[in-house]
Structure formats: structure tokens, C-alpha cells
Design a protein around this ligand. Structure first.
Ligand code: COA
Length: 390
């Protein structure tokens, strides 16, 4: 990660690449009828969701994130070695540590990048994008990869019909680059109210709620499942969308009439419709794919953004508002002036360079881990005398 703090000319942070990855396996509402006491009709009426994607056994938060990241680098026509920073927003990391971002950085061969995970639940992607944009605008870095990736299916209580019908798995990624062209990320509003921590939660080892050694392994594993107060979360979501979107728009020096698209967190179609009504914005301006993917938490905004960009719906110089809300409680809105007309068409040479970089990254990582194991073994034998002094 580069750090020079000598930026003088104004710098802007533009999204130059986008990518997404969802598992192949589709879980429909009818499939859910066989798992919990629910119905397709109930789920569609209350949420607008018809189906969601569920990770296969070998798919993980990192593998989904890697695929989305490679696609984003492809669109940006950027080499992974040029990345300065990788941030993964997730509530379902591979480990408590190391970060999922480090695993993705390694798999991409982003050898000059710093990497960390960011925990802000369904608002995580907005928080992460803002952190990366700040680093770019300050002159500290040139290019960042921001990923929202989740395997929510592994956190769900599949006996709780109030939550398991809502969520799905997937990942979305964007490449963010420094530019002298005015635009890109214009303003952000980030907020939190931890007094709502009980409304949507999934405790883990550091929590008194989850740690009960005398209760045995099964209890402790069960305590790691998600719990939610749906009605309260619904009320919270509609309130903060109504407040934070106009606030972010005003901070960008714009009015609501300037907004071309709203890319909301895809939690529930009714929440989106409620926001459209209360803000008096036509529903057509809201990008929604909740019907097909359900709530993919931190991945939902970048997946929706990616689909809209791929379909050519978002045009150069249009104004977008991203808005997220969820556990914390945390929420945020961000205004973006879309900076690029058409992404550059990658040449065959560029594609080849990236493929070589990924293959090399895989081999380098394997070799580094093998050498570390051999080194550790030698340290335990008389051969250690042959090693150079530390
Ligand atoms: N299938 C059938 N019935 C269900 C059900 C399901 N999957 N889940 C709950 N019900 C039942 C309840 O048990 C309740 O029955 P009762 O009246 O006999 O007690 C009834 O449906 C109404 O429950 P309620 O929780 O009041 O429903 P709701 O209209 O609030 O809808 C949610 C529930 C979860 C769809 C809605 O509250 C919601 O979307 N909240 C926001 C959740 C969210 O987006 N979370 C993530 C934020 S990041």
C-alpha cells in the first residue's frame, strides 16, 4: 500500500470496473416450503423475493469474492499488481482472522496491496467504498478493490422462517481509481446506533451471548445463528432511507431532482417501495434485483450496481445514490457521479497478463507456504546450523 501525502491537484475516486459472482444453486420459495412452514405467496407478498442463490459445498465467501474481483479487474482492464488496497465488507468472513481480504489479495497476486475486512453488516459496502475513496482522494493510494461478499446461508437458522427466507449468497466488487476528472464519489453519510444491537444479530466467540462453555458445543454453535426482529428492522430501514438519501444528496451540493438512479440495499421490495413513496421518487429510478437474489447483505449493493452497469442502464455523468442499512444498527448513503462512458475494451495481451498473474499468484502462494513449512522443519533438526543467521 503506497503512502505519499503530497497530493496537490484535486483528485477524484471513480469506479472503473465492476463484477459479480453468485452461486449456481437456486433456492426457490417452493423449495423453502419443504424446509419451513411458509409459502411462496407469503414470501412474495411480504418481501418480493422469489428465489435466492445458495453456495455449494466448496464455494466460500473468498471464492465468490475472488470471481467478482477478477471480473471487476477485467472491466477496469487493470492488473492486480497495481492494486494498493483490498477491502472486503462481509459478515460471513472465512475466519475471525486472517481477513478474507488477505485471502483474496493472495489469490489475485495483488502483491503491493494492503488488505482488510470491514464489518458493518448490510451497510458494509458503503463504508468500505467510502474508506477507499478517502484514501484515493488524500493522495495516499491510486487504486483500490472494494468487495462485498457473503455466504449468509451458513449463518442462517434454517428452522426460523422469519429469517431464512430472506437471505442469499453472492459477491460484488468494484475497482476504484484516482483521476483528475471531476466526479466519482461525491459525498457520503455514515451512521450507527448501537442501541439497536439486539434487533439483528449473530454473536460470535467474543460475545457473552455466545460463550457458555458449560452448555456444550451444540449450544455454542446454535448461538452463532442470526436472530432478527423483522418489524423493528423494517421500521428502521424505511426511516433511515428517507433521512439519509436527501442528506447525502445535499452534501454533494445537488437536489433530489438531479438523481438518476438509487441503488438500495436489496432487503425487501416493500422497503424499496416505501422509500420511493416517502421520498416521492418514481420507483423506476430504484434498481432492484431482490426478486432473484434475496438479501445478500454486504454483497447486495455491488451486485445490483454491477447488473445495472452491465446492462448499460447507467450512463456517463449520471448521478447515483447508494443506500444501505442493517445490523448495528448501521446505515449510510453515498452519492456518485458516474465517470466513464464506456469501459476500455481489454486487449488479448491485457487478458493474458492477468491470467499469468493469477497462475503465478497461486504458485507463489503454494511455494511460500511450502518453504515456510520446510524452514520450520529444518529449525527442529540439526540441519538448522546450515541456515544463515537471522
Ligand atoms: N412464512 C409464513 N408466515 C410467516 C413467515 C414465513 N416465512 N415469517 C413470519 N410469518 C408469520 C409470523 O409468524 C406472523 O404470524 P402470526 O400473525 O400468526 O403471529 C405473521 O407471519 C406476521 O409476522 P410479521 O413478522 O409481523 O410479518 P411482517 O409483515 O413484519 O413480515 C418480514 C416479516 C421479516 C418479511 C418483515 O418484517 C421484514 O421484511 N422486515 C425487515 C427485515 C429485513 O429486511 N432484514 C434485513 C435488514 S438488512
Amino acid at each position: 500500500m503506497a503512502t505519499n501525502h503530497q497530493a496537490s491537484a484535486p483528485r477524484y475516486a471513480h469506479i472503473t470496473g465492476w463484477g459479480m459472482a453468485v452461486p449456481e444453486r437456486v433456492l426457490t420459495n417452493l423449495d423453502l416450503e419443504a424446509i419451513v412452514d411458509t409459502s411462496d405467496e407469503w414470501i412474495r407478498e411480504r418481501t418480493g423475493i422469489r428465489e435466492r442463490r445458495i453456495a455449494a459445498e466448496k464455494e466460500t465467501t473468498a471464492t465468490l469474492g475472488i470471481t467478482a474481483a477478477r471480473r471487476a479487474l477485467e472491466v477496469a482492464n487493470a492488473l492486480p499488481s497495481k492494486l494498493d488496497l483490498v477491502i472486503v465488507a462481509t459478515s460471513t468472513p472465512e475466519h475471525i482472522f486472517p481477513s478474507t481480504a488477505s485471502l483474496i489479495q493472495d489469490a489475485l497476486g495483488a502483491s503491493s496491496a494492503g488488505a482488510f475486512d470491514l464489518s458493518a453488516a448490510c451497510t458494509g459496502f458503503i463504508y468500505a467504498l467510502d474508506m477507499a475513496a478517502q484514501a484515493i482522494r488524500s493522495g495516499s493510494i491510486e487504486m483500490a478493490l472494494v468487495i462485498g461478499a457473503e455466504t449468509m446461508s451458513r449463518l442462517l437458522d434454517w428452522e426460523d422462517r422469519g429469517t431464512c427466507i430472506l437471505f442469499g449468497d453472492g459477491a460484488g466488487a468494484v475497482v476504484l481509481q484516482a483521476s483528475s476528472v471531476p466526479g466519482g464519489l461525491l459525498s457520503t453519510v455514515l451512521r450507527s446506533d448501537g442501541s439497536g444491537r439486539d434487533l439483528l444479530a449473530a454473536p460470535t466467540v467474543g460475545s457473552k451471548d455466545a460463550y457458555a462453555p458449560e452448555a456444550g458445543l451444540e449450544h455454542n454453535i446454535a448461538m452463532h445463528k442470526m436472530t432478527m426482529n423483522g418489524r423493528e428492522v423494517f421500521r428502521f430501514a424505511t426511516r433511515v432511507m428517507k433521512e439519509s438519501i436527501p442528506e447525502a444528496v445535499a452534501r454533494a451540493g445537488l437536489t433530489m431532482n438531479d438523481v438518476d438512479w438509487i441503488v438500495p440495499h436489496q432487503a425487501n421490495q416493500r422497503i424499496i417501495e416505501h422509500a420511493a413513496r416517502s421520498l416521492d421518487i418514481p420507483l423506476e429510478k430504484f434498481i432492484s434485483n431482490v426478486e432473484r437474489f434475496g438479501n445478500t447483505s454486504a454483497a447486495s449493493i455491488p451486485i445490483a450496481l454491477c447488473e445495472a452497469a452491465e446492462a448499460g442502464r447507467i450512463k456517463a455523468d449520471q448521478i447515483l445514490v447508494l443506500v444501505g442499512f442493517g445490523a448495528g444498527l448501521a446505515w449510510g448513503s453515498m452519492v456518485i457521479k458516474w465517470g466513464i462512458a464506456e469501459p476500455p475494451e481489454p486487449t488479448r495481451r491485457n487478458r493474458y497478463q492477468r491470467q499469468v498473474a493469477y497462475t503465478f499468484a497461486r504458485q507463489r502462494s503454494r511455494l511460500a507456504r511450502t518453504l515456510r513449512r520446510i524452514g520450520a522443519w529444518i529449525q527442529r533438526t540439526p540441519l538448522r546450523r546450515l541456515l544463515p543467521p537471522e
